[in-house]
Structures are given as C-alpha cells and as structure tokens.
Design a protein around this ligand. Structure first.
Ligand SMILES: *Cc1c(COP(=O)(O)O)cnc(C)c1O
Length: 384
C-alpha cells in the first residue's frame, strides 16, 4: 500500500481491550456502519444505535445516561448550555398560537427568549408571580401548552410550590418544565413531583469548576422524550466530547462539593442575616427567603448561591463600592464553581418591589468560610 493510503487507514494498530475507570473522549462526526443496511440517520441513538456525531458520541451519551439515572428520568438529552436547554423546551412545547407561563423570577435569558423569539413566532409567554401556587389555574387558557417553573428563582430566590403548579397544570393537560439547576438535579426530585421536563445548566454544579458550558434536558416519560427529540435534531444542538468528559468527572465529586458548599454557604448567610447593614437574606434554608416553607417540604438540602439586600440607608453607590472592595470574592456572573463570586444587581425587574441597587448575589466557593466572612466584614467596614 502507498504510504499516503497507510496514513489514512482508520483501523486501530493498538489493542482495543483497555478498561479504564474514566469514560473515553470519543471524537467523531461520521459513524462507520457495518454495511449499507445498517445505515441510520436518526436522532435517537440511545434507542436505535449510533448514526451521526451531531447527536452525541458515546461520551455525550454516557453523560446523558448518567444524568437520567441520577434524576430518575426516562432519558436525557445533553445540549450546549443551560440556555440551549431552555430554548429546546420552548421550541418543543410551543407552536404558533400557543400560550405559555413563565415565573417573573426566571433566569433573565429565559424571559428574553419569551419576549424575543417566542413572541416573533406568535407564542404568547405570560409572566406569573412565582409564589402563585395553585392559583396558577386561573392563568391557564385553552391554548396553554407549557408552564415553566424555576425554584428557587434567579437572583430573588423565591421557592415555588411546584407540586401545586404541576397538579393544576396536569388537570388541564398542560406540561410543566422545571429549571432545576439550583438543585443540581439532586436536591429537588423533579420527577417524584411529576414535572414533565427537568432542565439543568450543567455549567453550574455538574461541571463545578467554571470551565465548561453544557445543559441537560431530562424527560419524565416516552411522550416528553418524543416531543423533545425531533426538535433537538432540527436545532442541531451538538456538544463537545471534551466538555462531556469534564462533566462526567464533575459528577464524581458532586456529593462532596455540594455538602461542603452547603455548610460554608449557610455559615456566610447566617452571619449576614444578623449584620447591622443587611435588611434580608434570601437563602432557601432561612425563613426570610420567600417560599422557605416549600423548600423545607420539598428539598433535601441547599446549595451555594443566594442573595441579600442591604438596608435602605446603604446607597446604590455604596453597594457598588462594597463589591469593588472585596478581595477573595471575584466579581462575576454564573455560579456553582469552586470560587466565591459577588455581584450587585442594580436594576432587578420585579413588580411591587424596588431593590434600589441594594440587592447583592453571592456564590460561595470552596475557600474557608471564615476567610470569606472576613472579606465581607472588611468590605462593610466602609459603611461605618
Ligand atoms: C446559568 C443558568 C442557565 C443558563 O446556563 P448556561 O449554561 O450559562 O447557558 C439557565 N438557568 C439557570 C437557572 C441558570 O442559572
């Protein structure tokens, strides 16, 4: 054989019987079939065999299967980020003329999609009070096809009565999707509460180290899976096997990270809750968090992200100076990694409540909680 042909020979030269504890990173777009009859081009590789790398190599399918196992889902689709997961759910559950409901406290880009693409496609997405509970019935219309829940809400941390919303929705044949990112898919058992679709930004706790972007969309049953799959295919939501490999590694340490983060976060939140400059702490495990009783009833733990509001005598400018004078806390968005983060939200958009630039969100990392408290304490000295 010519050396040029030798260069392209795909047959392996090394033994293939290596057994590793780690899932291999399988790269590939083309799948090589045994024969013409075996050629298949479907999106559902878990059911029907590998077809094309766009729907995931074995690294992505391993991650999907492990998330499904953890969440007790029928199956999971892995997508390029949490926002892609949200987009997939909208596209799968809404058609022109549909009505959907989204909590006012939802992740900002979810609401942007509601007001942007969805409105353009003639889908009406109506915001609702996250604490509405069973009262959601009154907002359900004949053309309602999707109700979003996100609990706790982004930034303002309202814990929703998800069981009551699911009950009202299912009575009217409406599907419920939950953004379950805060719970890392484990602190709130979405499918035990009959949610139809559970999404996560794997970017946060599963990745856990601020170095990947991935999302998951988990289906409660075959119906939900069949609603999502064709849209997943049409949108071409391919993911990197390298990122999936890092997420698989993240899963292995999720339990120890979550329990350490829970403890440190509670320590910091409790310290803030009695500070003379702090009006209220919005941490799900504290009674000052709206919907705290739902957290007590439905969650098995708390995570690392929460917010607090400075007292009214602290100005918006002082809140900004406070953020700028922190040293251990880095200034940044996103959360769930090993580094503590702080950011002030100068214009949180909530009806009936003006935070006046005094709302701060913290993500607690794996630094010693006492050091983090000292950092906050020093930055607050400026208020005296
Ligand atoms: C971060 C986040 C997302 C989006 O995740 P990306 O991976 O950054 O796209 C979605 N929902 C919630 C609640 C989030 O915090």
């Amino acid at each position: 054989m010519d050396w040029r042909t030798k260069l392209l020979n795909p047959d392996p030269q090394a033994r293939r019987d290596y057994v590793s504890l780690a899932t291999p990173v399988y790269r590939g777009s083309t799948v090589v079939f045994e024969n013409q009859a075996a050629v298949n081009d479907g999106w559902d590789q878990a059911e029907n065999g590998y077809s094309y790398g766009l729907y995931g190599t074995p690294t992505a399918l391993e991650l999907a299967a492990r998330i499904a196992y953890l969440e007790s889902a029928h199956r999971t689709l892995v997508v390029p980020g949490g926002q892609a997961a949200i987009a997939l759910v909208y596209m799968a559950y809404c058609q022109a003329g549909s009505h959907a409901l989204v909590p006012i406290s939802a992740y900002g880009p979810n609401k942007e999609m509601a007001e942007g693409l969805m409105r353009g496609f003639n889908v009406e997405v109506e915001p609702y009070d996250p604490l509405i509970g069973a009262g959601i019935s009154e907002l359900i219309k004949d053309n309602t096809t999707l109700i979003w829940c996100e609990s706790p809400g982004s930034v303002t941390m309202e814990i929703q009565d998800v069981p009551a919303i699911v009950k009202a929705a299912h009575t009217r044949g409406v599907s419920v999707a939950l953004d379950n990112t805060y719970a890392a898919g484990v602190l709130f058992d979405a499918f035990a509460f009959n949610v139809d679709v559970s999404v996560q930004a794997l970017t946060k706790y599963i990745g856990g180290h601020s170095d990947i972007l991935l999302g998951s969309v988990s289906a409660r049953d075959a119906n939900a899976y069949k609603a999502l799959g064709p849209v997943y295919r049409q949108l071409g939501l391919a993911v990197s096997p390298d990122d999936c490999s890092l997420a698989l590694r993240g899963l292995q340490t999720l339990a120890v990270r979550l329990s350490q983060l829970e403890q440190s976060t509670l320590q910091v939140a409790n310290w803030l809750s009695i500070h003379s400059s702090v009006d209220a702490v919005f941490h799900p495990a504290l009674p000052s968090c709206p919907g705290h009783d739902h957290w007590k009833r439905d969650f098995t733990g708390s995570a690392s992200v929460f917010s607090f509001e400075f007292k009214e005598h602290i100005t918006a400018q002082q809140a900004i100076s406070f953020i700028d004078s922190l040293t251990l806390f880095k200034i940044g968005l996103s959360w769930g990694g090993v580094t503590s983060l702080a950011v002030v939200y100068p214009d949180v958009d909530r009806p009936n409540k003006d935070y006046g630039g005094r709302l701060v969100r913290l993500n607690i990392g794996l630094e010693a909680a006492d050091d983090l408290i000292s950092d906050l304490d020093s930055a607050m000295q400026a208020f005296n």
